[in-house]
Design a protein around this ligand. Structure first.
Ligand SMILES: Nc1ncnc2c1ncn2[C@@H]1O[C@H](COP(=O)(O)OP(=O)(O)OP(=O)(O)O)[C@@H](O)[C@H]1O
Length: 512
């Protein structure tokens, strides 16, 4: 039998807290005190180290707690009866946190040093990171990554006493290069101050390393500073926390983590890894084609959605999938005896389109194929595959998605009157759109997309977008001669694109 964890010593002392004489006790993960005179005399007050304290430093006879909690706690004023009201364990108070300071003055420096050690040990036992590598994208979103880092991230990280190395990205795929070559032994986590794109680059960089198996276990963190902040919103929302930079930073400081599914997206020898979503049809068209209206600000998406709905496109094609348990009746059965009828083929040769032969090759579809494949045939208005609930701050595209269930959530719209499409958009905010009879919502272990031409066009296909990057675009036939520029997108539009999920392969800092 394993030895029981040694219980930390209980410390008690007569102190002054924020100037008021009090009896203080440090028990487990909590500092509690009762003022012995004046306001609040005899009333117990508490400070939870895990959910309310950024850090603590000793300054002579004083212990200075940097707090991040409800305003009353931040000033050392909240009575424990209030503190306990309606709060889950480790929940972190009323979520409207503010920075504050609680100063505990001891009678002597020895006592302060002893308490300082006790608090340091307790904070360390919470598994908080000590050294972080922080990647800042100064270019994403509203170009505010740098100022978010300086003004909102750094003060909290410093108050927590975390050592860090910061590097700004200089170009596309720079974050992938950094993650590919970083000395991971020096850090307890890699943090992205960016949109989702940089986080995805980091995952791809780690999985292309020779030591990918250990590298991908390094906890990742995301602090929203992009246009698409779906991962940050998904993590905060799952914990009941409001979307904010400081809540995202505090989640990283607390060091709680959760497993995260990684999807391998494969076409022939081209392979990359996704942690958010893949979309084909309406949503991809709106997302990508509306770029030319960027000058409109965030209204561009609504505007272009309206344009596209009025001229609704439908795409031919087929999706084949291995349904998750409970979804075996979705779609039609696929003949599977020869493999020819499905066209499902695997290339797990560890040759990533000429890149060095190392890194992760993804889970086998054949393993997934132990169960029956099913299919849905187009035309499709929209195909959405999500690994996490939110596609952006205010679009809950896959409301039942879980971080590490080993499945992708599919939301597929086939035939749908255009006014109903418009209605669905308004129900995207809270995910209610999936209850529409026009939306087929189910979970899959693996899925293959066979994208076809737009209905009514003999040459135009659609756009396939994974985690905000266009991976294939059917712009019509283009003659390519030897010496031509390499194709703009990594995959071709037309041949099958396969997705398989590796359950909980990555690790991400999470409020809960
Ligand atoms: N210095 C840079 N110059 C240009 N592009 C960059 C730079 N640094 C990073 N990028 C690229 O910016 C893209 C978007 O980054 P990020 O994830 O931060 O934001 P996003 O929300 O996904 O997108 P958006 O650019 O629409 O805000 C990524 O593909 C990344 O490679």
């Amino acid at each position: 039998m394993a030895d029981p964890q040694p219980q930390p010593e209980v410390l008690s002392e007569s102190v002054r807290i924020n100037g008021t004489a009090a009896e203080a006790t440090l028990t487990g993960g909590e500092l509690s005190w009762r003022p012995v005179a004046g306001v609040g005399e005899g009333q117990e007050q508490r400070l939870e180290l895990d959910s309310e304290v950024l850090g603590c430093r000793v300054d002579g006879r004083k212990l200075k707690f940097a707090t991040f909690a409800s305003s009353a706690v931040a000033n050392g004023e909240r009575p424990s009866s209030v503190a306990r009201g309606g709060r889950g364990k480790g929940g972190g108070g009323d979520r409207n946190r503010r920075r504050g300071e609680v100063v505990v003055e001891m009678e002597g420096e020895d006592a302060a040093a002893r308490w300082g050690d006790g608090i340091r040990d307790r904070l360390a036992s919470l598994g908080r990171p000590k050294r972080l590598f922080i990647i800042v994208n100064p270019y994403g979103g509203k170009r505010s990554g740098r100022s978010i880092f300086q003004n909102e991230v750094l003060p909290l990280i410093e108050a927590a006493g975390i050592l860090y190395t910061m590097q700004e990205t200089k170009h596309r795929l720079h974050a992938q290069e950094i993650a590919h070559s970083l000395d991971l032994r020096k850090y307890d986590g890699i943090i992205c101050v960016s949109g989702d794109g940089v986080l995805v680059e980091v995952v791809n960089g780690l999985l292309r390393r020779e030591d990918w198996e250990t590298a991908i276990k390094v906890p990742l963190g995301i602090i929203p500073a992009g246009t698409g902040n779906g991962m940050a919103q998904s993590l905060l929302h799952a914990a009941g926390e409001p979307f904010s930079v400081s809540n995202a930073v505090f989640a990283i400081i607390r060091g709680h983590r959760r497993a995260l599914d990684v999807t391998s997206v494969v076409q022939g020898k081209t392979r990359f890894f996704s942690v958010l979503m893949l979309t084909w049809g309406l949503v991809a068209d709106v997302d990508i084609e509306s770029e030319k209206y960027r000058w409109m600000g965030s209204a561009r998406l609504e505007f272009y959605f309206l344009v596209r709905t009025l001229n609704l496109r439908r795409y031919n094609g087929r999706v084949l999938f291995v349904p998750a348990p409970g979804y075996e009746e979705v779609g039609d059965p696929v003949e599977q005896d020869t493999g020819v009828s499905t066209g499902i083929q695997e290339d797990r040769s560890n040759d990533n389109n000429g890149e060095p032969k190392c890194g992760y090759v993804g889970p086998s579809i054949e393993e997934a194929g132990l169960v029956q494949w099913r299919s849905l045939s187009g035309p499709f208005v929209s195909v959405w595959l999500g690994n996490v609930p939110f596609a952006s701050e205010d679009a809950m595209a896959a409301p039942k998605a879980e971080f590490a269930d080993g499945y992708l959530d599919a939301a597929i719209i086939k035939e749908c009157p255009r006014w109903d499409v418009l209605g669905l958009m308004f129900q995207m905010k809270d995910g209610a759109y999936v209850n529409s009879p026009y939306v087929e919502y189910f979970k899959v272990k693996a899925i293959q997309i066979e994208p076809g031409l737009r209905v009514g066009s003999s040459s135009k296909g659609g756009i396939i977008d994974s985690d905000g990057e266009v991976i294939a675009r059917g712009d019509g036939p283009r003659s390519r001669a030897a010496g031509d520029e390499p194709p703009e997108h990594p995959m071709a539009y037309g041949p099958p694109i396969q997705l398989t999920v590796d359950q909980g392969l990555a690790t991400i800092f999470s409020p809960r």
